[in-house]
Design a protein around this ligand. Structure first.
Ligand code: PGA
Length: 252
């Protein structure tokens, strides 16, 4: 049985104080009532990482960042490296989120570089892929996702894939209130697992965790998570509200 994961992506929200207060309340909840079926990850802005790391230490919540630099170190003003993220106590980093791909023009090659740096720094990578609306309407979603996965991940060695989590996030569903239907999610998750199988074999394909993201809410989480190849979710908007986030975790 694969482990399930529910990861909250706070995006660019909350002051330092607000984030600390929020992380404390989530951490406390899951200390008293440990999540039984899913690992819970909070992916915070960089400035919150070391503070939240202190809070979640020894508890039942893990910590991740939302991005890292595509260089290891040096004169890159404003950037934060994978090594720096790891030093805060964070275990995970999201790479290739559609907002990074679209707004910040990060391409497959750069995302592959970031993935390699993150793994080399000892982080686990939540690698995002997903098509935009027109690509789905034209029936090109499989081709797009295949390219993103092949170029972003398939230079990795088999043993490195153990530290990769894939998040399928159709761009048309992110923050829009639209969600892939359970059948649409299952279809493409199965396809992604098939790609991993072709490249790395059955064992790695069976073990790799594939999350769904895009307008997951407490009202639709259980249905989406019930699909055989959906191993949890990457949650944006609903991860900023304690009750919503907790009920999504409990829907697993
Ligand atoms: P959303 O975001 O849940 O607000 O749609 C998901 C994501 O961008 O990871």
């Amino acid at each position: 049985m694969r482990k399930k994961i529910v990861a909250g992506n706070w995006k660019m929200n909350m002051s330092f104080e607000e984030g600390i207060r929020f992380a404390k309340s989530i951490d406390q909840y899951f200390r008293e009532k440990p999540p039984v079926r899913a690992e819970v990850i909070l992916c915070t802005p960089f400035i919150h990482l070391s503070g939240v790391s202190e809070i979640v230490k020894g508890g039942n919540v893990s910590l991740g960042a939302q991005n890292c630099a595509s260089e290891a170190s040096g004169a890159y003003t404003g950037e934060v490296s994978a090594y720096m993220i790891k030093s805060t106590g964070a275990e995970y980093v999201i790479i290739g989120h559609s907002e990074r791909r679209t707004i910040f023009h990060e391409d497959d090659k750069q995302l592959n570089k970031k993935t390699v740096l993150a793994l080399n720094s000892g982080l686990k990578v939540i690698f995002c892929c997903g098509e935009v609306k027109e690509q789905r309407e034209e029936g090109n979603h499989f081709i797009i996702v295949k390219r993103q996965i092949e170029e972003g991940l398939f230079t990795l060695r088999a043993e490195e894939m153990k530290n990769i989590i894939i998040a399928y996030e159709p761009v048309w569903a992110i923050g829009t209130g639209l969600t892939a239907t359970p059948d649409q999610a299952q279809e493409i998750h199965k396809y992604i697992r098939g790609l991993v199988k072709e490249k790395y074999g059955t064992k790695i394909a069976d073990e790799i965790i594939i999350l769904y993201g895009g307008s997951v809410k407490s009202s639709n989480a259980a249905e989406i998570f019930s699909n055989a190849d959906v191993d949890g979710g990457l949650i944006g908007g609903a991860s900023l509200k304690k009750e919503d986030f907790i009920s999504i975790v409990e829907a697993v």
